[in-house]
Ligand binder design. Structure first.
Ligand SMILES: Cc1cc2nc3c(=O)[nH]c(=O)nc-3n(C[C@H](O)[C@H](O)[C@H](O)COP(=O)(O)OP(=O)(O)OC[C@H]3O[C@@H](n4cnc5c(N)ncnc54)[C@H](O)[C@@H]3O)c2cc1C
Length: 504
C-alpha cells in the first residue's frame, strides 16, 4: 500500500468509528420530541449508519456476516431492517419437530462461503443432509442421467438445509461477533436520496442533516415511524423488493403459470440421493433432508396445485408415489438410444457413473408437514446499483427453483458486495458511490443472467411434449449420463463454480 492510500485508509477507518448507543440491542431507537437542538442533533447522529440492509432474510444476514468477518469492514455500523419476529430471538430452532418444508439445496460454493464467514459450524449443529448422488429422468422413458460427486472429483454435490436453520445459523454467527449491528423490527416504507453536491469534500464532521442535504446519506423511513440515515442502502428485501421500487430500478421478467407445491414427507428407509423427474406439467424433486425425511418440490399448473394442496393425505401420497415411479410414462432403459457403447468413439471420456443403473426413488409413506404452494416467476433487475443503493438476492433476481440455485446466487452477491465494499474502504472511497457499486454489478450480472438463461431454457424445454423434442431431450440425458467432461462441467457449474457448461 503506498503512503497516500495508507493515509486515506487510516482516515477512512477513523471516520467509520461513529458514536454507538446500545450495541446489539434489538429495539429501534425512538425519535424523541425534545426541543433541545443539541439533543436532537445527538439523537440523529445515533441514527447514522454506514450501511442499512433492508431485509434480514438469508441473503441480507449473509451480507452482514461477511462484513463482520473482513478486517476492513468489521468496524462498519450496520442497521438491519426486517419485521420477521425470528430475528428477535437467538435460538428459534426446536430440534424435535419435523423438518420445515421450506428448504434450500446449497452448493459446495455456498458451503465454502459459509465456512469463510464462520456460519457453517452453526448449520452443522442442526439437521442437514449432504448428498453425493443425483438421478434426473423424464416421463417419456427415453433417458436418464445419474450424477455422482466422484465424477467431478468432489465429495458432495450439495447439502439440503431448512431455510430456518440457515437463517438462525447466520444470526447466531452475527450475534457471536462484536459487529456493530442493530436490528430494526419494522419495514421500510420510504426512502429519500438527494443528489451529491460535488463541490463538498466528504467530511465526517458534517451533521447528519447537512450530510443528507448534500447527498452524502440516504434517509430511510420505517413503518413504525422511525427513520435512519445510511451511506449505503442494500435492498435484500426479496422478490417484491420495496427498495427496488423506491429507487426506480426497472425489471424484466414473466410469470411461469406454474406453482410449486412443497412439503416434507417420510419414508420407511433413509434417503441419501437427490431425485428429479420431469413430468408433463413440470419437474418434481425429492430431496433428502436427514433421518427418514425428504422434501418435495412439485411444479404444476395453478389449478392442479390447488387440487393437490387440498386433497386428502392418502390421495396425495398415492399421486406422489405415482409421479415418482411409473406415472405418466414408463421407467427409462438404456436400450432406446443404446448404452455407453454408442459413445465409444469418444475414447476415454465415458463417465465413471455411466454404468449406474436407473433406480426407483424410495416410496413415500407419510406426509410430515403442511403442503404449501408458491407461484413461480422469473424477474431480473435491469440495474443492480445506483447512487447509494444496491440490490442483492431475490431483490435483484428471482429464478425458477428447478435446479435449486436461487439463494446460492444471492449468497454469491453477498460475498462479492462485501469484497467490493472492503476494496472501496481500502482506497478511501465513499461506500455509497455509484462507481464503486457498479463494480459489484459488473461482477455479478453475467453470472446471474447466465444461470437465469440456463434455468429458463430447461423450464421451456421440459414443458413441451413434442416427439422430436422428446428424442433431443433423451439424447441430452444420454450425453450427460455417459460423457465425462460434459458431466463434470454440469456438476461444476451447478456447484457454484463460475464456468459455463460445455465451455470448460
Ligand atoms: C418452492 C421454492 C423452492 C426453492 N428452493 C431453493 C433451493 O433449493 N435452493 C436455492 O438456492 N434456492 C431455492 N429457492 C429460492 C430461495 O428461496 C430464494 O432465492 C431466497 O429465499 C432469497 O433470499 P433473499 O434473502 O434474497 O429473500 P427473501 O428470502 O425473500 O427475504 C427477504 C426478507 O426481506 C424482508 N422484507 C421484505 N420487504 C421488506 C421491507 N419493505 N422492509 C424490510 N424488510 C422487508 C422479508 O421479511 C424477508 O425476511 C426456492 C424458492 C422457492 C419458491
Amino acid at each position: 500500500m503506498n503512503r497516500t492510500v495508507a493515509r486515506k485508509f487510516g482516515s477512512n477507518v477513523n471516520r467509520l468509528r461513529i458514536p454507538w448507543r446500545q450495541p446489539f440491542s434489538n429495539d429501534a431507537v425512538p425519535i424523541s420530541s425534545t426541543s433541545n437542538a443539541a439533543n436532537l442533533e445527538k439523537e440523529s447522529e445515533d441514527l447514522r449508519y454506514d450501511i442499512a440492509i433492508v431485509g434480514g432474510g438469508m441473503v441480507g444476514l449473509a451480507l452482514a456476516c461477511s462484513l463482520a468477518t473482513r478486517p476492513l469492514t468489521k468496524h462498519l455500523t450496520v442497521a438491519i431492517i426486517d419485521s420477521n419476529l425470528a430475528l428477535r430471538r437467538k435460538h428459534f430452532i426446536e430440534k424435535e419437530v419435523h423438518p420445515d418444508p421450506r428448504v434450500s439445496t446449497v452448493t459446495p460454493a455456498t458451503i465454502s462461503f459459509f465456512k469463510d464467514i464462520g456460519a457453517w459450524q452453526y448449520v452443522e449443529q442442526h439437521r442437514h443432509a449432504y448428498f453425493d448422488k443425483m438421478q434426473v429422468w423424464d416421463y417419456t422413458g427415453l433417458g436418464y442421467t445419474k450424477y455422482n460427486a466422484r465424477d467431478a472429483n468432489k465429495e458432495v454435490l450439495g447439502c439440503v438445509v431448512e431455510n430456518k436453520v440457515l437463517l438462525s445459523s447466520l444470526l447466531s454467527r452475527l450475534q457471536d461477533t462484536d459487529f456493530q449491528k442493530k436490528i430494526y423490527p419494522s419495514r421500510l416504507t420510504s426512502m429519500s436520496i438527494l443528489p451529491n453536491s460535488s463541490s463538498l469534500e466528504v467530511d465526517s464532521t458534517l451533521s447528519v442533516t447537512a450530510s443528507f442535504t448534500h447527498g452524502r446519506l440516504a434517509k430511510l423511513e420505517l413503518e413504525d415511524g422511525n427513520s435512519l440515515y445510511a451511506k449505503l442502502v442494500v435492498g435484500a428485501d426479496g422478490g417484491k423488493s420495496r427498495v427496488r421500487e423506491l429507487a426506480g430500478f426497472r425489471t424484466t421478467g414473466w410469470n411461469y403459470s406454474q406453482n410449486a407445491i412443497i412439503c416434507t414427507v417420510e419414508h420407511a428407509v433413509e434417503n441419501h440421493c437427490a431425485w428429479q423427474r420431469f413430468l408433463p406439467a413440470g419437474p418434481i424433486a425429492l430431496l433428502p433432508i436427514g433421518d427418514k425425511f425428504s422434501n418435495i418440490v412439485w411444479t404444476m399448473n395453478p389449478k392442479e396445485s390447488s387440487e393437490f394442496k387440498s386433497m386428502s393425505e392418502d390421495d396425495f401420497l398415492k399421486a406422489l408415489n405415482y409421479a415418482l415411479d411409473h406415472g405418466y410414462g414408463p421407467h427409462p432403459t438404456s436400450s432406446l438410444l443404446g448404452n455407453a457403447d454408442i459413445f465409444s468413439w469418444l475414447k476415454g471420456v465415458v463417465s465413471r457413473s455411466a454404468n449406474d443403473c436407473f433406480e426407483i426413488p424410495p416410496k413415500v409413506v407419510k406426509l410430515a408437514s403442511e403442503r404449501m404452494a408458491f407461484p413461480l416467476s422469473l424477474r431480473h433487475a435491469n440495474d443492480y446499483a445506483s447512487n447509494r443503493v444496491v440490490l442483492i438476492g431475490d431483490a435483484a433476481h428471482t429464478v425458477h427453483p428447478l435446479a435449486g440455485q436461487g439463494v446460492n446466487l444471492g449468497f454469491g452477491d453477498a460475498s462479492t458486495l462485501s469484497s467490493v465494499i472492503s476494496e472501496g474502504i481500502a482506497v478511501g472511497t465513499d461506500i455509497g458511490e455509484i462507481l464503486l457499486l457498479k463494480k459489484y454489478e459488473a461482477d455479478r450480472k453475467p453470472t446471474n443472467v447466465m444461470m437465469m438463461a440456463v434455468l429458463d431454457g430447461f423450464q421451456k424445454a421440459y414443458t413441451v411434449d413434442f416427439g422430436p423434442l422428446n428424442i433431443l431431450r433423451a439424447a441430452a440425458f444420454h450425453g450427460a449420463h455417459y460423457i465425462s467432461p460434459l458431466k463434470k462441467s454440469i456438476i461444476s457449474y451447478a456447484s457454484g463454480e463460475q464456468r459455463l457448461p460445455l465451455l470448460s
